[in-house]
Design a protein around this ligand. Structure first.
Ligand code: C2E
Ligand code: MG
Ligand code: MG
Length: 747
């Protein structure tokens, strides 16, 4: 650096700007740096004198002094933004000046600094190619440098320096924008993008900056309002505002700036701040950057270009966010969808968080509600259920909608009590002014017991759900391994059964006699389905009937049973076994089928059998829980002439009031209560109560599952009219039935 004495010598002419901070000032904001390199002190002072008070392009000069090439080298190596070097060619050596030029250009890479060579003797003039290769601005003998010439020469050099700087900076800025574009556009996450964009702006301005990037929150939920802006990224003094909605921003000056830039036109360029409103609609963003010094024209232009690049990138991000939203959220309640729910389970599993439980909650008969009340009401109901679940469960519990009327819950073991979830449905849901009472069923699996992935857990919860639907006592079930085995077997079984139903292969009916106790005579038969699969195994009804019901295959099978049973009755009539009654089991799924009544009429009429000889056995639970349409179907069948029996009676304990509404003919005492009838047992048994109830209601009573003479005796004493059971005969193939008509009940 120059010696202190030289500074003093330069006196009031020289103001060497030497503060470190200045290094950060964009080119030429303060003064033009001019380095005088000469081993003759007089040249320094003469130069200062000649250039005293000179202002170029509105800015003064700041001088740096070096008295040798070595000293100049030191200054050039440590001082940025030197606009012009006034360089003596001959110093320590004859070519010391030219050596220095090489160092400046090649070693320091200063391509913008302008160099004016000065020499005492014309003979030391450099070769022309040196002037060209090292981009030397001017070459003058010292004697030529009169004040006017020096001023002209320096002014030209500074102007040219300024232009080169502009070009270089603009190139660098554009280069930065172009280079940053791919990384900016590769960001798919809004916050990451906002951070990257803000960083680009700050880098471009190259000054200590403070800024925010505000974008719209993701649309969602039930409102159609425009989503609010929030601070997606913040820099410098605004860093504490990150993630706040802009209404909640605490910095008053920032609030003011953002409000201004939200107005139409929204671009503000102030001396030391830049506020931009970018993009349109959902991909609109507000960008505000405050800098410590005024921005120059070039910076402003570059920011404009960068802003376009950011707007395009933001549109991509928002588009990506929307796509992700479609992929991971369902549109009605804006809840996580099935894929999302499964990945949430996966996440817990990966983190080893096994104190969580996954559950699926299904609304009973949701599709019926939808069909009966219309989709709009169905939608409203789903939203109401979503709200009820959300409000009733801890915030931490993940609520998802995994299919039409089924929700997913994922919560810590303690936070997901199935009874509590069911209790949330105790009050009716008011939808479109109607009060709807709905019931849920839950299937659950604890992650501590889970094997496999989130998809497996989800599948298992659904298996447990279908169990809960069938076995309705508790309305919820936790998954167990047995269920899985059973499910797999059921699937295989369903596959086989479907083939059997299509080809009517392996299916047959057995007939179990029903015997009048008083006369000891066979009065009728119950048709019971039998199935032998392709591997020759006979599959018991308790295994295949539930699968057929669940899959609705029972509708097809049931038609075949009824028609075959009617056909069999006619054959027996022809063979002289006339007058028998035929009981046929009918599942709830068949009853719900709108084609049932027509089908049953056709089967019976086609066979030419008097409908009064056909009895349909319905289960007590169906008679108890089913809707008006089922009651109406029962009435239609009764009007047609068939009789109706309630199968397995006693296990469900129908209310008397309800029973009275149903057009019934017979009660069939459940086998369980018959087996309770031990020899000589006295007192009031359930079987006895059912017999009394039958008398009261004017219905006949038949007991099923009678296996012993003691049971028969007890039933006779009670006044039960008929029995069915192994005691008299197990179900037999049609061909063996004739022999049973000759058999006596009392031996
Ligand atoms: P269910 O209608 O209550 O039929 C009576 C069941 O009790 C028959 O079982 C019969 O074999 C059995 N059983 C008869 N006497 C005795 C006895 O003394 N002791 C014992 N332990 N059991 C006796 P199966 O044939 O296995 O049928 C079981 C259930 O499958 C039936 O119960 C019925 O609900 C259903 N099912 C059978 N065939 C059909 C059908 O064609 N359609 C429909 N929907 N369901 C059917
Ligand atoms: Mg039955
Ligand atoms: Mg039964």
């Amino acid at each position: 650096m120059s010696k202190s004495g030289d500074k003093a010598e330069a006196g009031d002419l020289v103001e060497i700007v030497d503060d470190g901070d200045d290094a950060a000032v964009p080119a030429g904001l303060a003064s033009w740096r001019v380095l005088i390199v000469d081993d003759e002190r007089e040249v320094h002072s003469a130069t200062l004198f000649a250039l005293k008070g000179l202002i170029v392009a509105g800015r003064p000069l700041a001088f740096l002094h070096a008295y040798s090439a070595a000293e100049a080298r030191g200054i050039m190596g440590s001082t940025p933004d030197v606009a012009v070097v006034l360089l003596d060619v001959v110093m320590e050596k004859g070519d010391a000046g030219l050596q220095l030029v090489r160092t400046i250009r090649d070693e320091f890479g200063c391509v913008d600094t302008r160099i004016i060579l000065r020499t005492g003797q014309p003979g030391y003039a450099p070769e022309l190619d040196v002037i060209r290769d090292y981009d030397i601005n001017d070459y003058k003998t010292k004697s030529e440098l009169t004040r006017t010439r020096l001023v002209t020469s320096l002014t030209t050099a500074i102007r040219s320096y300024e232009q080169i700087r502009m070009v270089l900076e603009s190139e660098r800025g554009m280069d930065g924008i172009v280079r940053s574009a791919p990384s900016l556009h590769a960001q798919h996450d809004l916050k990451g993008f906002a951070k990257a964009a803000l960083q680009q702006v700050v880098m471009l301005l190259g000054t200590p900056a403070h800024g925010v990037f505000c974008a719209r929150r993701e649309a969602g939920g039930e409102t159609n309002d425009e989503p609010p802006y929030f601070v997606a990224a913040a820099w410098g003094c605004y860093a504490g505002e990150t993630d706040r909605d802009i209404d909640a921003v605490r910095n008053p000056e920032l609030i003011e700036m953002l409000a201004r830039c939200r107005r139409p036109g929204g671009q503000l360029l102030e001396s030391n701040a830049l506020s931009l409103c970018l993009g349109e609609g959902d991909s609109r963003a507000l960008l505000h950057v405050r800098v410590d010094r005024p921005l120059n024209d070039l910076q402003r232009r570059l920011v404009d270009v960068l802003a376009v690049s950011i707007a395009v990138g933001l549109e991509n991000v928002v588009l990506f966010r929307q796509l992700r939203s479609y992929a991971y959220f369902e549109p009605l309640c804006h809840l996580p969808n099935r894929a999302n729910f499964i990945s949430q389970i996966d996440l817990r599993l990966q983190r080893g968080e096994t104190d969580w439980t996954a559950s699926v909650v299904d609304i009973d008969h949701f599709s019926d509600i939808n069909a009966a009340l219309g989709h709009q009401t169905g939608d409203q109901l789903l939203k109401a259920v979503a709200r009820r679940l959300r409000d009733g469960l801890q915030d931490e519990v993940v609520l998802a909608r995994v299919s039409g009327g089924t929700f997913g819950l994922l919560g810590r073991d303690g936070a997901l009590d199935p009874e509590q979830v069911i209790a949330l449905f105790a009050q009716p849901f008011v939808v479109d002014g109607q009060s709807l009472m709905i019931q849920p069923c839950l299937g659950l699996e604890k992650l501590s017991e889970a094997e496999g992935t989130g998809a497996d857990v989800f599948k298992n919860a659904n298996i447990a759900l279908s169990r809960a639907r069938v076995d309705r006592r508790d309305r919820w079930q936790y998954f167990t391994r047995d269920m899985q085995v059973a499910t797999q077997q059921r699937l295989g079984l369903l596959h086989d059964l479907r083939h059997a139903a299509e080809a009517k292969r392996g299916l047959s009916l057995h007939y179990q006699p029903q015997v009048d106790i008083a006369q000891g005579l066979v009065t009728g038969a119950e048709a019971l389905m039998r199935w032998t699969n392709d591997r020759g195994e006979s599959v018991p009804p308790y295994r295949f009937i539930p699968v057929a019901e669940y899959s609705h295959l029972i509708i097809e099978l049931g038609e075949w049973v009824l028609c075959s049973a009617c056909g069999q009755l006619r054959e027996w009539d022809r063979a002289g076994l006339d007058g028998l009654r035929m009981s046929v089991n009918v599942s709830p799924a068949q009853f719900r089928d709108p084609g049932f009544v027509d089908m049953a009429r056709r089967c019976i009429l086609d066979s030419g059998i008097d409908p009064a000889r056909i009895e349909l056995e319905v289960t007590e639970s169906m008679a108890l829980t089913e809707t008006e349409s089922v009651v109406a179907t029962l009435h239609k069948m009764r009007q047609f002439g068939v009789s109706i029996a309630v199968d397995d009676f006693g296990s469900g304990f129908s209310s008397l009031g309800h029973l009275l509404q149903l057009p019934l003919n017979r009660l069939k005492i459940d086998r369980v209560f018959v087996s309770d009838l031990a020899a000589g047992s006295s007192g009031s048994t359930i079987a006895e109560m059912i017999v009394k109830l039958g008398k009261m209601l004017g219905l006949s009573v038949i007991a099923e599952g009678v296996e012993t003479s003691e049971q028969l005796d007890a039933l006779r004493e009670m006044g039960c009219q008929e029995i069915q059971g192994f005691y008299f005969s197990p179900p037999v193939p049609a061909g063996e039935f004739a022999a049973l008509l000759k058999k006596k009940l009392y031996r």
